[in-house]
Design a protein around this ligand. Structure first.
Ligand code: NAP
Length: 483
């Protein structure tokens, strides 16, 4: 018990427990051990944090964009100095491999602040001349921003919201997932370390219903940026809409990976495996349905299973590990229930389907599922159309491009997808017909932070990224002066 980390809320520059003094146990996904206690905050804590954010708002809003960009640069520098610690904490808290936590989570969290600092320096607001007047567009802060984030990429996604929100002059109340609180606390420590004015960044830990919901309905919160599941997103939208808050929803996905007949399998297989299983398949963009041209169906399966069977699953702290644990017992059980359902729906489990064999004793109480490949399901089955969000992919043959597109569009989601082909032009044409916010051709999760990021259909509302983030986190005001 002595090693259990005790986390606090960070409100108006002070570290404090929840006013109700209740705690939530944070569990290591890899071992099942109790690793931290976090405040089980309620509406009273949210009220305090919102008050602090309101008190800090005027002073922060009065800074120039350039001055706020300098703050982001300082935060990036301080985070970068703690990059190893970020990677360790993220791996401990999520069960993901340390190399992934280092190369993706820690690196991108720093990059997010640097990127938006740069965006701030380059930002120019528009002037529209008329024959007798000049229009000048002014980008004002929205006010208090409520930021709610999930557990799969904790600091990566939190910093993706915090950086543009601060840049555009908003003050923040952040509520990270109760399951992955560690690096949000580290970010608050960094804010304290760099002397960010008190109240500009506030952090309230807690679960969705007790702390998240009061944040989304709070009358003095002007904007909600939410990343999480579609069902929760629907509740958030209802709660935020009555107060006409600005709202961005980045939600779930059921993304198709399309393998055309002309694909160069040998060179593309590593990318396709990565798109299927990165972060144990717990990335909203992962390709969980693989659609394969019927003429290469069998050869694809052979090559894919070969590569998947080579993946190293196990100790997240081992530099060679490629797949770690799932986030929680409840999530592991949900994913296993889908694997059982796949069998009921007539699927054939080609590999995986349960805990990895031979997992060391230290991890026997963790939440593990080895990479699972399922064949033989109808493309409109539940397993092929509902988000599983785990290391599970289903395989489906198609006869031509139009059938592939039809299957790809057969879900209520529309987040991402990828197409693998030697004919980049044909892939690009095909991409236009897929109902998704983002499509990659011959790559996946190849990110330029300037481009729009977001989903269509049940995968979300609004766009973040580059100038879309700057626009979402500000109010564009037009001032028309007649000469
Ligand atoms: P989730 O259950 O929807 O939770 C997301 C966040 O919302 C958590 O902080 C959660 O708190 C909070 N929350 C829960 N109920 C709430 C409520 N009624 N009001 C306000 N906040 C509430 O999602 P998750 O399981 O953490 O994350 C997985 C999902 O996120 C997947 O569907 C995945 O596709 C999606 N995702 C989407 C993107 C994207 O960019 N589109 C990126 C990453 C993940 P607690 O966890 O403390 O309950």
């Amino acid at each position: 018990m002595s090693d259990v980390i005790q986390l606090s809320n960070f409100i108006a520059g002070n570290w404090q427990p929840s006013l109700c003094e209740h705690w939530i146990e944070n569990i290591s996904p890899a071992t099942g051990e109790h690793i931290a206690n976090i405040p089980c905050s309620t509406d009273e804590d949210i009220d305090l944090a919102v008050e602090a954010a309101i008190d800090a708002a005027d002073e922060w809003a009065q800074l120039s964009l350039k001055e706020r960009a300098d703050w982001l640069e300082r935060i990036a520098g301080a985070l970068e100095e703690r990059a190893d610690e970020i990677a360790q904490l993220e791996s401990l808290d999520t069960g993901k491999p340390i190399t992934l936590a280092r190369n993706v989570d820690a690196a991108r969290s720093v990059a997010n602040f640097r990127f938006f600092a740069e965006q701030g320096r380059e930002f120019e607001s528009e002037i529209f001349e008329m024959s007798d007047a000049t229009n000048r567009v002014l980008y004002k802060p929205v006010g208090v921003a409520g930021l709610i984030t999930p557990w799969n990429l904790p600091l990566y996604l939190l910093s993706w919201k915090v950086a543009p929100a601060l840049l555009m002059g908003n003050t923040i109340v952040a509520k990270p997932s109760e399951m992955t609180p560690m690096t949000a606390s580290l970010l608050a420590e960094v804010m304290e370390e760099v002397d960010l004015p008190r109240g500009v960044f506030n952090l309230v830990h807690g679960n969705g219903l007790d702390a998240g919901a009061p944040l989304t309905s709070h009358p003095d919160v002007d904007l909600i940026s939410f990343t999480g599941g579609t069902t929760t997103g629907r509740e958030v939208a209802k709660s935020a809409s009555s107060g006409f808050k600005k709202l961005s929803l980045e939600l779930g996905g059921k993304n198709a990976t399309i393998i055309r007949e002309d694909v160069d399998l040998e060179s593309m297989i590593p990318g396709i495996v990565r798109a299927s299983f990165l972060n144990q398949g717990q990335v909203c963009l992962c390709g969980s349905r693989i659609l394969i041209h019927e003429s290469i169906y069998d050869s694809f399966i052979d090559a894919f299973l070969n590569a998947v069977s080579d993946m190293i699953v196990g100790d997240p702290s081992d530099e060679d590990t490629e797949l770690g644990a799932l986030i929680s017992a409840a999530h592991r059980d949900k994913v296993m229930a889908y694997i059982d359902l796949a069998e009921e729906e007539g699927g054939d489990i080609l590999c995986g389907g349960g805990a990895p064999v031979g997992i060391p004793d230290a991890f026997e109480h963790g939440f593990w599922i080895s990479p699972t490949v399922i064949d033989g399901l109808s493309p409109d089955s539940r397993c092929a159309t509902e988000e599983i969000f785990g290391p599970v992919v289903t395989l489906h043959p198609f006869a031509d491009d139009s059938e592939a597109i039809e299957i790809a569009n057969m879900t209520d989601y529309g987040l991402a997808g990828s197409i693998w082909t030697q004919d980049a032009e044909a892939g690009s044409q095909m991409a236009e017909k897929i109902e998704s916010g983002m499509i990659w051709v011959n790559c996946w999760l190849h990110r330029d932070l300037r481009v729009p990021f977001g989903g269509v259909k049940n995968s979300g509302v609004g766009r973040e990224g580059g100038r879309w983030s700057l626009s979402f986190f500000s109010e564009a005001i037009n001032i028309c002066v007649k000469r």
